[in-house]
Ligand binder design. Sequence first.
Ligand SMILES: CC(=O)SCCNC(=O)CCNC(=O)[C@H](O)C(C)(C)COP(=O)(O)OP(=O)(O)OC[C@H]1O[C@@H](n2cnc3c(N)ncnc32)[C@H](O)[C@@H]1OP(=O)(O)O
Length: 416
Amino acid sequence: MANELTGPVPELRVLKPEEWDKLYANLIRAFGGTPEAEEERELWRALTEYDRFLGAWEGGECVASAGAFRFRLTVPGGASVAAAGVTMVSVAATHRRRGVLTSMMRRQLDDVRSWGEPLAVLTASEPAIYGRFGYGAATFQADAEIDTRRAGLSVPPGTDDVRLRYVDPADALDACEAVYARLVPGRPGMVARGPGWERLGVLDPESDRGGASPLQCVVAERDGRTVGYARFRVKPSWGPGGPDGEVLLSALEALDPAAGAALWRFLFDIDLTSTLVARGRPVDESWQYLVSDIRRGRPTLKDALYVRLVDVGAALAARTYRAPVDVVLEVEDAFCPWNAGRWRLSGDAKGASCERTEDAADLALSVRELGAAYLGGVGLTALASAGRVRELRDGALAEASLAFGSDPAPWLPHGF
Ligand SMILES: CC(=O)SCCNC(=O)CCNC(=O)[C@H](O)C(C)(C)COP(=O)(O)OP(=O)(O)OC[C@H]1O[C@@H](n2cnc3c(N)ncnc32)[C@H](O)[C@@H]1OP(=O)(O)O
């Protein structure tokens, strides 16, 4: 029978450092079995927070895993909220569809609650997995393959005052990280990078290059200060019509419009290339408004960060609201029943409270929809149009949907 533990029940317990290799081997095999480069593997080992990682064991072998990094996530209004960054989820193919993931999600969400973290977040290998546990797709990302010879880029005043300089990606890490850190509070969905995480951006194993160059880095400077950076690879190609190389963008951050435009112009103009491939970018990123022909960018959208409200009251009170809102939410949460019931959310751009109430409900929705709407990137009105939010008082939906929205759009800069 599906989703029922049959045979021996694997023992689920907190990971010990000496067990990491076995857990990681199970994870890699669950993802197909191609080993990761040594430097990547060692980074993930270093980032593992053992007290927050679970392994399921049977006969001395690891058959399943789930971890939870200690993250701080930016929410609308700029607060940095404690969030469990769910990661390294795997169940051995020999043990799949027997409820092992369900038992790990049960334990993990109970743990996250006991740690007092109002949110759990993850990126999903497959979108169909996590909705049943209350996760909703809250941020989307744009992929683009920009025909840089035909997109028609024009830049704002001040762009020519920005100086660009090639640097070694590792040497410039601190300066780039300082730029990133300044941007984190300004965009919901960004994660403050704790010690060690900066190395993720400069991992450069040969096996990941796919015929492209080693990672290159250009910093943007004004008056001697670093105001932006881009990391990328170049993949040369020569066709019958001449050079036709690709620029593969890996990261780009800028503190102001001119710095951003200078970096985009640089990436568009690299000789012997005709395509800029940019994946996992913000859906409202400036390049779309710098070009005259956005269709030449062939943008596509993809789900990115999934959000689970572990403590509905604390999570909704931790963010601010774009317009005044005072609504009673009837929340359904079968997997974490402590959230179920009615909550009065009152807030505006300065702050909010969210308390239990016996008052009549204005909107009814499940915790999954609340997670999707939480960072302001998915409208409650849009969810209602799919029947996933029900309006019980006239006007409540428009009021709440406006209030929940975020500008800029939420964005998760990198996976974990
Ligand atoms: C945050 C991250 O790390 S994402 C990475 C997730 N890991 C992977 O994708 C690696 C490969 N896959 C796996 O390791 C496993 O198949 C997992 C973790 C996805 C699922 O583990 P299982 O132990 O098989 O899940 P479990 O038996 O608890 O299933 C619970 C329910 O989810 C459903 N389900 C599980 N996986 C999937 C899936 N990939 N797609 C759709 N439904 C799924 C099951 O059918 C079951 O439904 P039911 O309750 O209606 O019967």
